[in-house]
Ligand binder design. Structure first.
Ligand code: SAM
Length: 227
């Protein structure tokens, strides 16, 4: 899958996504992440891409033209149904289900805003989806874009290896994951549940399922009502 990120802070995206599993997936060519610097499309000598809001008010607004030109510079590389996702607190809240549907795509464009946001007209012109990562306001869309890329990329076949499998993970089947333990078998007087040391796979599976239900009921009962 190819991710194209339109941003004013390309290094943030490159630095943030050049570690661990996502780096390995890029190195192996399973995914690619291309950043496009919106500032490269400024038409003035100071490379300004923002201006004062019409009607007054605090802050600056990213101008439509550099965002549009940045998008047009990659349009020829995109698949026919490639979505253009604007990261915004006004969008639909991102969740595992959205990550699953995006992970089936060939490519996606992510648009990151900054300052007070982006001139509405270019949003109307190019954006197909508006996605928020929660009901709070960030300074820019980059952290949100990285969150989406990370969550989507790990669902793409080959990105996680067998040991890192996501099959029983939280939100699969609207359940939270059962508790996990590793060595040693005792830590500060707290013992690993006997069943996990028994080697009895059926009993372990049963225990994990019960734990998953119990946890979900305790921590996120809202998920169970979706089952
Ligand atoms: N003035 C905008 C508003 O009130 O809706 C907020 C602008 S915010 C300071 C700057 C940029 O950060 C936004 O254009 C968006 O790209 C990004 N952003 C902020 N909060 C976000 C969130 N919860 N989810 C996704 N992106 C967010």
């Amino acid at each position: 899958m190819k991710f194209y990120v339109l941003t004013l802070f390309t290094d943030m995206i490159k630095d943030g996504l050049s570690h661990s599993i996502i780096k390995r997936a890029c190195d192996e060519g399973i995914i690619s992440i291309e950043t496009i610097d919106i500032r490269d499309f400024a038409k003035n000598k100071h490379r300004h891409v923002d201006d004062y809001p019409y009607g007054g008010g605090a802050g600056m607004v990213m101008q439509a033209q550099p965002v549009y030109d940045a998008y047009m510079s990659i349009k020829h590389k995109l698949s026919e149904n490639c979505p253009v996702v604007y990261m915004t607190p006004q969008g639909k809240t991102f969740d595992q289900r959205k990550a699953e549907s995006l992970s089936k795509l060939e490519d996606m464009v992510i648009l990151c805003g900054h300052y007070e946001g982006i001139d509405e007209r270019v949003i109307e012109e190019i954006v197909t989806d508006e996605v928020s990562i929660g009901d709070f306001v960030l300074t820019g869309g980059e952290l949100a874009a990285m969150t989406v890329i990370d969550a989507v990329a790990r669902l793409i076949p080959g990105v996680l290896n067998k040991e890192e499998s996501f099959m029983d993970e939280s939100f699969t089947d609207n359940l939270l994951e059962y508790p996990q333990y590793t060595r040693p078998a005792e830590f500060m007087g707290r013992k690993v549940p006997d069943v996990l040391l028994s080697g009895h796979h059926k009993n372990i599976e049963k225990w994990r399922k019960e734990q998953a239900y119990e946890r979900t009921l305790k921590k996120r009962p809202d998920l169970l009502s979706k089952k």
